[in-house]
Design a protein around this ligand. Structure first.
Ligand code: NDP
Length: 338
């Protein structure tokens, strides 16, 4: 059936300015790392994307290697985009990335100009797009000069293939260097995409070679922040409290960095149980509280969620209803996470 977007889609979602740029992102964005590959149910993916957009989620995050198999999330997104979202293109922020291994040989991995330019051309073809809104370097490359990688990002913007560029998983000091080079080139870094959740808090740590946490660098430079895996791939929800459900990511052995059963340890689950009790007291699900805990920080532009079912969109998105924490609640959370 032809998709017509919900006319009330902008009524509830809030939009935050991305650093000091002109672009606003929804407080909750949707990523297609898992659940959108050829091994997944195509119609389920379509339903998730429709429901997300119907609720004001205007930002969909992809990468060349999402699937599995690599490339298939972009291909499936391209089909759904053509059927459902083409007429809404100007209401959407679509991102892609390159930086992890994508094709054999020396030009299909890391951060060379050759790889980044060719990879984005492939991504645009798979998605059937003329341009992406944000193109990221997916991870730092210790061997390619940073100047070359950043020059490639600048070129891509000048070619009109991306409107903005970002970096992902760069540590505080290397992020500051990349941001500086991009500024000199005249293509400001829009956004950084780091892993950040109650369980993974390195972005807060000021004990860095440059004496600044990543979050402080981003604030100082006016760069946005979109944390990925904010639910620690599902660990920070109530789903693993009583074992490992068959339909969970941990049980599915998807590879490509997906959480495995060995991450569901007693130590982790003990913490999750205590966090869940606190969430109940706040009248939230644990997923909502874990996302709200990230959104409490104004340096965060958007929280980048993944979902395997439409109901998870409905549940998680309610995190925007309450992301205020009392100092006592924050203390309790820190105690639990110790
Ligand atoms: P999350 O931490 O949000 O984990 C998503 C998983 O959590 C879902 O698949 C689902 O697990 C579970 N879940 C989500 N909502 C709920 C809910 N309300 N109740 C119960 N369970 C829930 O994020 P991801 O790890 O998926 O990452 C999100 C996005 O971040 C990716 O799609 C990608 O765009 C980006 N990313 C970027 C990376 C980078 O290097 N830049 C690396 C990794 C991700 P289940 O499947 O078991 O139901």
């Amino acid at each position: 059936m032809t998709y017509v977007a919900n006319p009330k889609r902008y009524d509830k979602m809030e939009y935050r300015r991305c650093g000091k740029s002109g672009l606003k992102l929804p407080s909750v964005s949707l990523g297609l790392w898992h659940n959108f590959g050829h091994i997944d149910n195509f119609e389920n993916g379509r339903n998730i994307l429709r429901l997300a957009f119907d609720n004001g989620i205007t930002h969909f995050d992809l990468a060349n290697n999402y699937g599995p198999p690599p490339g298939s999330a972009e291909e499936n997104f391209g089909k759904i985009f053509k059927d459902d979202f083409k007429s809404y293109r100007d209401e959407l922020i679509i991102s892609s990335k390159a930086g992890w291994g994508m094709w054999p040989g020396p030009y299909g991995d890391w951060g060379s100009k050759k790889y980044l330019v060719a990879s984005l051309d492939q991504s645009l073809k798979r998605m059937g797009l003329d341009y992406v809104d944000i193109f990221y370097h997916h991870r730092p490359d210790p061997e390619t000069p940073l100047e070359e990688t950043m020059t490639a990002l600048d070129l891509i913007v000048r070619q009109g293939k991306a409107l903005h560029v970002g970096i992902s998983s760069y540590q505080s000091e290397e992020a500051a260097k990349a941001i500086k080079i991009l500024k000199q080139l005249g293509t400001p870094c829009l956004i950084h995409q780091p892993k950040y959740s109650m369980f993974v808090r390195w972005v807060e740590d000021a004990n860095q070679p440059n004496g600044m946490s990543l979050l402080d660098v981003l604030e100082k430079e006016g760069v946005g922040c979109i944390p990925f895996s904010p639910l620690a791939q599902g660990l920070l929800t109530d789903k693993y409290l009583n074992g490992i459900p068959k339909d969970s990511r941990a049980a599915s052995h998807r590879g490509n960095g997906a959480i495995e059963e060995d991450a569901i340890t007693d130590e982790n689950i003990n913490k999750v149980k205590k966090l869940n009790e606190l969430a109940v007291k706040r009248d939230q699900t644990l997923a909502q509280m874990a996302l709200a805990w990230i959104l409490k920080d104004p340096r965060v532009t958007s929280v980048l969620i993944g979902v395997s079912k439409p109901e998870q969109v409905t549940d998680s998105i309610k995190c925007i209803d309450n992301y205020k924490f009392s100092s006592d609640e924050l203390k309790q959370i820190n105690e639990i996470l110790k």
